[in-house]
Design a binder for this molecule. Structure first.
Ligand code: EZ4
Ligand code: CO
Length: 402
């Protein structure tokens, strides 16, 4: 089998997605997700201008070898653009291998290790009552776990608070929006949210919260301590993790479980976090860590250190990435929990897929490969539209992490 053609399709069925399609001489095709929110065209160019020419004529069954060639062969290793491009190739090759062997990718990864992939939904609202109403909506849909986010009194908008429906989308068309931030107001709000949640929702539901990289280690330690009585499943991205040692300070002070990793793109971004047991869940995701090949390596390292997986699963990655996460989550022993934000009907129409949701779980289905297709005619009806994540500033105007 040989790769005879490949292309990148960029489309915007409600939001932008970049998809790599690799075609073989036997007429099969594999799909990879190349989406990097707000930098879609950079990954598309990396693939079209620099990677696709290298793939033509190559044997797509040699996934491990091609991965290392793309990673080491460029000399310039790592970074979100490079690793998203390599990740798209890797996913397309796993998809092709499954199709060539007429078996779902989870079978190639060791086979099903559980009934399904337990997921959490995003419940949010402008205030505590609205967030808890949204959480009840998820429980009615069968979810066992929900992430709770709510507005911060005194701030116009904050991360994680959408438009009150199932479809949260932080990227906005045009130039980036400016949002504002107050750590003090935020730290007052979160414990009130979770006290009310346990009071009104009870203790059966698993609860999570995403700090979105906005605290320092000592602030995160204080937040973690203040949430201990509410039994969170995890506190996410408590601090930016470029400094992995920063998590030592958080860990020393709180038993609230910690999760991080959605912006990581290499195993070296998390090896200290894992080997020092500074976290409980590693949230790297197939498309951004460089594909299923390195994701498996991270998971196997994590298993030794009692760290479970919790792949990032936002709607700003396509159904191709979600399917890859579902196959991985079904098969890997130390799977923890999967983020699941529902894609819009327009997105689902462009990416018909075999995975299904029922009773709080995703199942990848048993279609060969990843089980996702790309309807190119439907995609062509939704051309790329520039859109960016917001920029965040403290009340005095200083730029802060968004
Ligand atoms: O803000 O994927 O846990 N989920 C998240 C996401 C991220 C977006 C950024 O593109 O933090 O909502
Ligand atoms: Co997050």
């Amino acid at each position: 089998m040989k790769i005879v053609d490949a292309k990148v399709v960029v489309c915007s069925p409600g939001r932008n997605f970049a998809t790599l399609k690799v075609i073989t001489d036997e007429g099969a095709h594999g799909l990879g997700d190349a989406t990097l929110n707000g930098r879609e065209l950079a990954v598309a160019s990396y693939l079209t201008d620099h990677v696709i020419p290298l793939l033509l004529g190559r044997d797509p069954s040699r996934i491990e070898d091609l991965w290392h060639e793309l990673h080491k062969g460029a000399y310039w290793r790592g970074g979100p653009v490079t690793m998203s491009a390599i990740g798209a190739v890797d996913l397309a090759l796993w998809d092709l291998k499954g199709k060539a062997l007429d078996t779902p990718v989870h079978n190639l990864l060791g086979g099903a290790a559980r009934r399904g992939v337990t997921v959490y939904g995003h419940a949010n609202g402008t205030d505590v009552d609205a967030a808890l109403d949204a959480a009840r909506g998820y429980l009615d849909l069968g979810y066992e776990a929900v992430r709770l986010q709510c507005g911060v009194p005194g701030l116009d908008r904050t991360y994680g608070v959408g438009r009150g429906d199932l479809y949260y989308e932080p990227a906005q068309e045009g130039m980036p929006l400016q949002e504002t931030w107050s750590t003090d107001a935020y730290l007052r709000m979160v414990p009130e949210l979770f006290a009310a949640a346990r009071d009104q929702l009870g203790w059966e539901v698993r609860l999570l919260h995403d700090v979105h990289h906005r605290l320092t280690p000592i602030e995160a330690a204080r937040l973690g301590k203040s949430l201990e009585d509410y039994g969170l499943t995890w506190l996410e991205d408590a601090v930016p993790a470029e400094l992995q040692e920063g998590f030592r300070l958080v860990r020393q002070h709180t038993t609230t479980p910690l999760a991080v990793g959605e912006v990581f793109n290499r195993i070296t971004d998390c090896h200290t976090l894992i080997t020092e047991q500074l976290i409980d869940y590693i949230r790297v995701t197939p498309a951004h860590i460089g594909g299923l090949t390195p994701l498996l390596r991270v998971a196997h390292l994590a298993e030794l250190y009692h760290v479970r997986t919790g792949c990032h699963g936002p709607t700003d990655l396509s159904p191709v990435n979600l399917a890859a996460s579902a196959h991985f989550g079904l098969a890997v022993h130390n799977f923890g929990l999967q983020e699941y934000m529902r894609h819009t009907p327009e997105t689902d129409a462009v990416f018909p897929h075999a995975y299904t949701f029922a009773d709080g779980m995703l199942h990848p289905g048993d279609a060969p490969g990843l089980g996702v297709d790309l309807d190119e005619d439907a995609a062509a009806a939704h051309p790329y539209r520039p859109a960016y994540l917001p920029v965040n500033r403290k009340l005095d105007g200083t730029v802060h992490s968004w």
